[in-house]
Design a protein around this ligand. Sequence first.
Ligand code: NDP
Length: 292
Amino acid sequence: MSSTRQSVTVIGLGPMGRAMVEVFLDRGYEVTVWNRTAARAADLVARGAHLAPTVAEALDANELVILSLTDYAAMYDVLEPATTRLTGKVLVNLSSDTPEEARKAARWAAERGAVQLTGGVTVPPSGIGKAESSTFYSGPREAFDAHRPALEVVTGRADHKGEDPGLAALFYQIGMTMFWTSMLSYWQATALARANGLTAGDILEHAVDTANSLPGFLSFYAERIDAGVHTGDVDRLAMGTASVEHVLHTHADAGVDTTLPTAVVDLFRRGMEAGHAADSFSSVAELMTKPA
Ligand code: NDP
């Protein structure tokens, strides 16, 4: 068993898969790799990785197989030609996709004698191998525990969320929900700044302070959302609606794209129409949970 833990197969050599191979090599693992575009393996082979000529041989090399592909559709493309070699394998799929796709793939793997651990890496390639970086996992706890040392090479923190193979994907997508829209709000802010003669550097301190103010809001509203309390004692949706309209008009006046501020105003107005003017703007979360 210990020799299994010291060797690993990595399939998929995009920026993430490559970073993973690098850290496994750094930690003395024997690493077998396979990639659709074999040329991407050249520098890793020069560092000591074995390039399997076929997917079947990459699977044969190790019980533990890490998949780092664009999505789960790519996994089927890669593994379909070698399904007879999947028996007994632990497939750690670190590719992004929906919880439903992760569950479907776990059933697909089980039908072929393999176990799937779903993973959601929360850091970019530069965070791979770092003690403070973390990855969500879900799927069979036994497989997670057996391969934990290798998973902790990928990121120092390996957080098993439960047996449901969709859970890790769900946690990952929750993070992405916040990440993409938050970053888009930052692009929006820089566009508004630039339209007014300010650089991204000029507003950086203010942008960082604004982002740093958010954790307090998250904690305050989490309790209220769980309790279904949207009392307008701290903020009122009517005030919020006026504010987001000011934001929209500021962008329109500056000739900046208004797609994002318009979507925000639409949601606030829907809350007003639903009768929440005197409630907190957290009442918008209820509209999102139960759309009309
Ligand atoms: P890429 O999309 O760059 O990875 C592409 C990999 O998937 C390559 O190995 C590519 O092969 C392979 N691939 C794609 N489609 C197919 C296919 N149909 N058949 C065979 N191989 C295919 O992504 P990253 O390396 O950046 O990320 C990998 C996963 O990790 C993604 O799901 C991503 O969402 C997730 N992730 C990425 C982060 C990041 O910052 N990069 C952060 C957190 C998660 P080829 O080389 O031949 O094109």
